[in-house]
Design a protein around this ligand. Structure first.
Ligand SMILES: Cc1cc2nc3c(=O)[nH]c(=O)nc-3n(C[C@H](O)[C@H](O)[C@H](O)COP(=O)(O)OP(=O)(O)OC[C@H]3O[C@@H](n4cnc5c(N)ncnc54)[C@H](O)[C@@H]3O)c2cc1C
Length: 388
C-alpha cells in the first residue's frame, strides 16, 4: 500500500478518540491512516498529561452503563499490551446532600449496583484523612474508580495500531477535505483518498467541519491544570490509596471541582475547576484569565488543609464543550461516509476505548453496541449550521 494510495479509512486527529478509532478499524482489517497535525506525542490538544479519572459515578444512567464496558476494554488493552494503564483508588464524591446533582450521582450508582460506600459525618475523617467535609455535604466513594495513565495509554494504543499495520502520519495538518464516494484529504504534505473518514479533531473540530458545510455548537475553553503542594509529603499520595475526588458544587462555585492523588509530580495533588475561559485552540497561551484559580484557592484552603493554598505548577489543557455537555458521536448529516467524534466536554478520556469502538461501528455501517441517541447531531437542530 503506497502512503498516497487509497485507504479504507482516514482518521483525522491522534488524540485519545482518534487513536482508539484507528486501532479498532485496524483490528477489523481496515487499511487505516491516522493523521495528526503536530509531532507526536504533543501537549497542544486535550489528551496529554499523565493522569485522568475513571469512574462510574455519573449523573446520567447512560454514562454509568457505558462505563461497564469501558472498564473491560481498558483491561483488555492492558492485557494485550502488557502494560498497566489503570490504578484503582476509588473516587470520593462530595456535595450538598440535598442538591439534585449530588442525589443524581448517588442514585445512579445505587441503581446500577456500583460498589459504593456511603460515608457519614461521623466516620468521614476515619476513612478520608486530611479533607474537610463542608457543612450540609454528603460523601460517598465510588469504589471502582481510579486513575488512568493517560500519556501511556495513548502511546500504547498508537503502538498497537501500528503493529496491526496502521499508518500514523504526524506533523501533517489536514488542510482540505473533499467529500464524495471517495473522500479526498489534503495535508500540508500529501493528498490521500479513502472510502471513509473519521473526524476526531478535538478543539479544532469546527475548523475542519466547515469544509464539509457543517458547524456544530462547540465552545473551546482553556483549563488551568493546577498542582498543589502537600504540606507533609505523602498526605494525598496515590501509593497510599488516597482517592481521587469530585466536589459536585461548593461555596465557591456551582461547577465541579475535581482532583487526583499526588502522582506525576511527587508531593503535589492535581486539582482543577471543571470550567475555564473561552479560547482559540491556536492562541490558548494568550488566554491569561485566572479567575478559576482564585476560586480553587478558596476551595482548597477550606477543603484540603494539608495543601499549600497556592498552585505550585499550572499547566494547560482544553475542553471542547457542547451545550448539554454530552458527546457528539454521529454520521455527518450530509455524507454517510464521514463520521464525527467531537465535543467530549472535559469527560471523554475514560470512554476512549468504547468511543473508538462506536466510531468504528458507525463507519462500518454496523448497529452501534450502545444507544447513541444522546450523542446525535440532530439534538442541536437550531444551533447546527449546515450550508449544504
Ligand atoms: C485538564 C483536563 C482534565 C481532564 N480530566 C479528565 C478525566 O479525569 N477523565 C476523563 O474521562 N476525561 C478528562 N478530560 C477530558 C479528556 O481528556 C478529553 O475529553 C479527551 O482527551 C478529548 O480527546 P480528543 O481526541 O477528542 O481531542 P484531542 O486530544 O485534542 O485530539 C484531537 C487531535 O486532533 C488533532 N488535529 C486537529 N486538527 C487537525 C488537523 N487539521 N489535521 C491533523 N490533526 C488535527 C489535534 O492536534 C489533536 O491531537 C480532561 C480534559 C482536560 C483538558
Amino acid at each position: 500500500m503506497s502512503i498516497n494510495g487509497v485507504f479504507d479509512c482516514i482518521v483525522i486527529g491522534a488524540g485519545v478518540q482518534g487513536s482508539f478509532a484507528a486501532y479498532q478499524l485496524a483490528k477489523k482489517n481496515k487499511k487505516t491512516l491516522l493523521l495528526e497535525q503536530f509531532v507526536l506525542p504533543h501537549t497542544r490538544g486535550s489528551s496529554h498529561g499523565q493522569t485522568r479519572i475513571i469512574r462510574k459515578a455519573y449523573e446520567q444512567d447512560f454514562y454509568t452503563r457505558m462505563m461497564e464496558e469501558c472498564y473491560e476494554l481498558w483491561a483488555q488493552l492492558e492485557r494485550e499490551a502488557g502494560v498497566e494503564l489503570y490504578r484503582k483508588t476509588g473516587l470520593l464524591v462530595m456535595g450538598p446532600e440535598k442538591s439534585e446533582n449530588y442525589q443524581l450521582f448517588k442514585n445512579t450508582l445505587q441503581k446500577n449496583k456500583v460498589p459504593t460506600v456511603i460515608l457519614t459525618r461521623d466516620n468521614f475523617s476515619k476513612h478520608i484523612p486530611n479533607v474537610n467535609l463542608a457543612e450540609g455535604h454528603g460523601a460517598l466513594v465510588d469504589e471502582s474508580a481510579g486513575v488512568l495513565y493517560a500519556d501511556r495509554a495513548l502511546k500504547t494504543v498508537q503502538g498497537l495500531f501500528q503493529k496491526l499495520g496502521g499508518v500514523i502520519r504526524d506533523k501533517e495538518e489536514v488542510t482540505e477535505i473533499k467529500p464524495g464516494p471517495f473522500v479526498t484529504v489534503s495535508t500540508s504534505a500529501h493528498v490521500y483518498r479513502a472510502k471513509s473518514v473519521v473526524i476526531t479533531a478535538g478543539p479544532w473540530a469546527n475548523r475542519l467541519l466547515v469544509q464539509t458545510g457543517l458547524q456544530l455548537p462547540l465552545e473551546v475553553i482553556k483549563i488551568n491544570v493546577c498542582y498543589w503542594k502537600e504540606k507533609v509529603p505523602g498526605s494525598y499520595n496515590l501509593k497510599r490509596h488516597f482517592p481521587g475526588f469530585l466536589l459536585t458544587e461548593s461555596e465557591e462555585s456551582k461547577e465541579h471541582v475535581y482532583g487526583l492523588p499526588s502522582n506525576e509530580y511527587p508531593g503535589m495533588m492535581k486539582i482543577c475547576l471543571h470550567t475555564g475561559s473561552k479560547t482559540d485552540p491556536d492562541k490558548r497561551d494568550q488566554q491569561t484569565d485566572r479567575s478559576d484559580i482564585d476560586i480553587l484557592q478558596r476551595c482548597v484552603t477550606r477543603t484540603f488543609p494539608g495543601l499549600l493554598p497556592e498552585p505550585a505548577v499550572v499547566e494547560t489543557c482544553m475542553y471542547t464543550l457542547t451545550p448539554d455537555r454530552h458527546f457528539v458521536l454521529d454520521y455527518h448529516p450530509t455524507y454517510s461516509n464521514i463520521v464525527i467524534g467531537a465535543g467530549f466536554s472535559g469527560h471523554g478520556f475514560k470512554f476512549g476505548p468504547l468511543i473508538g469502538k462506536l466510531l468504528c461501528e458507525l463507519i462500518l455501517g454496523e448497529v452501534p453496541s450502545h444507544d447513541l441517541s444522546p450523542f446525535q447531531i440532530r439534538r442541536f437542530q437550531a444551533n447546527t449550521k449546515s450550508s449544504l
